[in-house]
Design a protein around this ligand. Sequence first.
Ligand code: ZN
Length: 429
Amino acid sequence: LTDKMKNEMYELLERLFPITRSITGNGVRETFSIIQEHIPLIQHEVPSGTKAFDWIVPDEWNIRDAYIMDDDGNRVVDYQQSNLHIVSYSVPFEGTLTLDELKKHLFTLPEQPDLIPYVTSYYERRWGFCMAHNKMNELKDGNYHIKIDSSLEPGSMTYGEFVVKGKSEKEILFSTYVCHPSMANDELSGPVIATFFAKSLMDRAGSTKYTYRFLFLPETIGAITYISKNFDRLKNIVFGGYVITCIGDSGKFSYLKTRAGNTISDRVAMHVLKHITHDYNLYEFLDRGSDERQYNAPGVDLPIGSIMRSKHRTYPEYHTSADNLDFVSPMALNESLSMVERLIETFEINNIYICIKSCEPQLGKYGLYNNISKKDMIGQNRLIKDVLAYCDGQHDLLAVAEVINRPIWTVKSIIDQLLNHKLIKLAKR
Ligand code: ZN
């Protein structure tokens, strides 16, 4: 990973930050047109009114301007200053209200009085503004002029999809969401990591073991719609995968398990996180909150966990104006991308091997055994024998690595030596 790429990730995040995204609308399309400068993302449009299991794709929302103006003509709340000021999906409105009437439409955080909260109302038609609690308290009695220049009418919901084909049809699915306005960790860190990881995989198209699919969806309705349109295919080909969210802050890595809790995705993530950091947060499916809810629903049962740094809802900046460009860093994005690359390398090398010789081979013959009994060589000799001992046609490499308590990438380097000397072979299964 070059310094250039490191900065490019943060630069992409900075560029996407000001755009007003919601579960539908032009902000999502504009976001995709920028991501398309990096990867040839396919953009899909699903018409409003389309049924998806128990849900219906809602009308499309767009907004141009919104403000609350006092009697002196000052915009006391201004969408142009921050798109968090408007409740997402606010219906158009124009009128004059007293302060008491206006307050029924204001959302604040009394516990974090300087921050603007992020509020949505996708499925109940209303309008509202979000503002710092302290600012609201400064509002004087009197009349306020409100204008919300938005539209909420039939249109479509936009989502993005990108596939890097491998040798197998079996897929590793990465899902991230694009529906939040100006917040850096939740959500832009997810799409940014997904974009750059997809970009790095493009060079390996056709040579990886698995096919890699990247979904950029509006959260919840997008995942439900995608699953409803692709149910049979997903059930047949998804081998593993992850939701990528909240992955640009400097907190510890976190993993949220699948509902089953012991799928290949769980095994891979827990193994990698254990070996790249001894201190990570492990969450059960009971702590779910993002699109893993849909992928793991009974009957859907796809092995999709969630990879994060600070999990949604656990950090005070979550869903507020403090989840800003200072809350994420190029360094954290860089580390997260490396972690995702480790996950994929683990999937790619996780084969099953079987010994060719009966009993222990005489390793010295192959230059694999240090016959001089030096203390520092004992570990290496032992490691080769341990790897051989579990090349039984049953244990996959991840299981071997777990039994001998070494990272799978260390075990793989021994496997490569054993393969070179024709002491093991790939098991058929
Ligand atoms: Zn969120």
